[in-house]
Design a binder for this molecule. Sequence first.
Ligand code: AHR
Length: 319
Amino acid sequence: MMKRRTLLTTALAAAVALSAPAFAAKPLVIGFSQVGAESEWRTANTVSIKDAAKKEGVTLKFADAQQKQENQVKAIRSFIAQRVDVIAFSPVVESGWDTVLREAKRANIPVILTDRAVNVSDPSLYVSFLGSDFVEEGRRAGRWLVERQKKTPDAALNIVELQGTVGSAPALDRKKGFEEVIAGNAKLKVIRSQTGDFTRAKGKEVMEAFLKAEGKKINVLYAHNDDMAIGAIQAIEEAGLKPGKDIIVISIDGVKGAFEAMIAGKLNVTVECNPLLGPQLMQIAKDVAAGKPVPKRVVTQEGVFPAEVAAKEFPNRKY
Ligand code: AHR
């Protein structure tokens, strides 16, 4: 009788042990430092990352840096102190990351860059970089304008440029790519260029200043993102001009707001920049944590949407 009871107890204990949490896989913990909430693009990016983490059972420690590098450095240090499995972040600016990334490396915590690149002396400070080719986006914007200019080959076009956040990879690269393409065209000239910090409010404010200084001399606006273009469109209208007609408007991102502006005839083209990076980020983080090799660079696939296709494409837009 005693022996049977002991056997039963042992069997029960074994069954309990098998179903105990000790056997359940520990969820992956990712510390993510986001740039902020400066644009429609950024909001979609945050939603994508949070949703993908939830879907994959990943514990996400999310920190909003409010567009300040010092907040991102603080967040990364806090992730290191908490011993997260993986650190991911979208760097607000390109430079100034060596020290904190060396700290992460010393703590053996792999770092994944999403969306924006960093400029570091040692590329082993991060394991992978997932995001768009911003130089190519700038080139695409430039190529669209070069084609458009062929319709009126004799007319010189004065361009004003709304740059993104000073020192950020998309601002530097989109400027570079655009300039590279228009460089050989004597009819295309950038007459003013200033940062609008990727926000609607700043885009409007700077466009107002451009209009005040240059007035009707402005033929083209090249905005490094849709939000600044949308803010600038307001300024153009308030100045009594027709955006999309009196001033050609070119921007980057491809958010729904840009499609609405194109359908309304106020924006001429948007170059796509895909913010839906969450699922790919989770996959890379899982692979890194499992010790699998991951690609150093993953470039997202994107298109160009001129106003002519906006109404047809609008129902397919996910952000
Ligand atoms: O880094 C991507 C850029 O950042 C997007 O173009 C812009 O909208 C965002 O704020």
